[in-house]
Design a protein around this ligand. Structure first.
Ligand SMILES: [Zn+2]
Length: 304
C-alpha cells in the first residue's frame, strides 16, 4: 500500500468515526440534566424565590417544568396537571422568575432538524468522498499528469511485386506489396507495438504469433482493435501517436487523411490524435532500392 492510498484510507475512516461521534451525540444528548422533584417541593422552592427561570412544556395531558436555580448550576424538573398551571405561572412571576413556554413535540422536531442538517451535509460529503476514492480521483489528482507513458514501435517488411500495398489500413495503388504473415501493414504493426509497449503489455508477436494460422492474411486493423481493448481494460487512454513511414515509393502524403481516419476508427480515438509523416531513404539501403518499407511510431498514453 503506497502513501496516497494510506492517506485515502485514513481520511475515509476519520470521516466515518467523526460521523459516528456526531450521531452518538445527537442521539444521546438529553440537554441540561435536571433533578426530578415533586410538585410540592418545587412550589416550596418557588416560595423561597430559589427559581431563576422556568421552561414550561405543554404536553398532551400534563405540564412539565424544567427550571434553573438562582444560586447554583443545578436544574430541577417536575410534572403537574394542566389545572395547576395558572397558579404556578402566577407564583413564578411573583417570585421574579422568568417564564418561557415551549411545546415539547415541536421543539423536539426543531431541535432534531437543527442538529440533523449538518449531519445530513456530513453524510453527503462522506458519500461524495467515498465515490471519489472509488473512482480513483485522488490517485490522479495527487500525481497530476505523472501517469503518462510512452511506447516506441518499429516494423519493416520486404516488398515483392504483385502483392497489395496496405499502409495504415488503406490499400495504395502500387506494383509491389509487403511480404508478411498478415496483410503486412508496417504502420499498423509499429503502432500496435508502440501502444503495447507504453502499456507494458509486450509486443505484437506476444498477442498475435505469426505461427497462428488465424492471423494469415489478417487485416492488421484487427490487431489495433485488440490493443484498444487491452488498453481500456487497464484504464489507459491514447493521448497521441506520432509516426514516420519510410519508403522510397509511392508518395504517401496524399493518402494520410484516409490512413489517419482508418487508424483512429480502429483505436476509437479522434483522428487529430494520429500524426503521420513520410520519408524516403534517399536511395540508400534496401528501403532506398525499393525492396522494403518500414515504420517508426511513438505512442503516448495516460491512465485514468
Ligand atoms: Zn509487420
Amino acid at each position: 500500500m503506497n502513501s496516497s492510498s494510506t492517506s485515502k484510507t485514513l481520511l475515509f475512516w476519520f470521516s466515518i468515526v467523526l460521523l459516528g461521534v456526531m450521531l452518538w451525540k445527537l442521539v444521546s444528548n438529553p440537554g441540561p440534566s435536571a433533578d426530578n422533584i415533586s410538585y410540592s417541593d418545587f412550589m416550596e422552592m418557588v416560595g423561597k424565590n430559589e427559581i431563576r427561570d422556568a421552561h414550561i412544556y405543554l404536553e398532551a395531558n400534563s405540564v412539565s417544568v424544567n427550571a434553573a436555580l438562582r444560586d447554583s448550576q443545578r436544574h430541577v424538573s417536575t410534572t403537574l396537571s394542566q389545572g395547576d398551571l395558572p397558579d404556578l405561572k402566577e407564583r413564578l412571576i411573583d417570585s421574579g422568575a422568568s417564564v418561557e413556554y415551549a411545546n415539547v413535540k415541536s421543539s423536539d422536531w426543531v431541535l432534531l432538524l437543527l442538529n440533523g442538517l449538518p449531519l445530513l451535509l456530513l453524510v453527503g460529503f462522506c458519500l461524495f468522498l467515498m465515490q471519489r476514492v472509488k473512482r480513483g480521483y485522488w490517485k490522479t489528482a495527487q500525481s497530476g499528469l505523472a501517469k503518462t507513458r510512452t511506447g516506441i514501435g518499429y516494423d519493416l517488411h520486404r516488398l515483392e511485386e504483385g502483392r497489395p500495398l496496405i499502409v495504415g489500413g488503406v490499400e495504395l495503388p502500387f506494383d509491389k506489396g509487403p511480404v508478411g504473415h498478415s496483410d503486412g501493414d508496417v504502420l499498423a504493426h509499429a503502432l500496435c507495438d508502440a501502444l503495447l509497449g507504453a502499456a507494458g503489455l509486450g509486443d505484437i508477436g506476444t498477442h498475435f504469433p505469426d505461427t497462428d494460422p488465424q492471423w494469415k492474411g489478417a487485416n492488421s486493423l484487427l490487431f489495433l482493435e485488440h490493443a484498444k481493448r487491452l488498453l481500456a481494460d487497464r484504464n489507459f487512454s491514447i493521448e497521441h501517436v506520432d509516426a514516420v513511414v519510410v519508403t522510397e515509393k509511392p508518395k504517401l502524403g496524399p493518402h494520410f487523411p484516409k490512413m489517419r481516419e482508418a487508424l483512429a476508427k480502429a483505436l476509437g480515438v479522434s483522428s487529430d490524435k494520429i500524426h503521420l509523416k513520410a520519408k524516403t531513404n534517399e536511395g540508400v539501403d534496401a528501403i532506398g532500392r525499393g525492396e522494403a518499407i518500414a515504420a517508426h511510431v511513438v505512442a503516448t498514453l495516460s491512465s485514468r
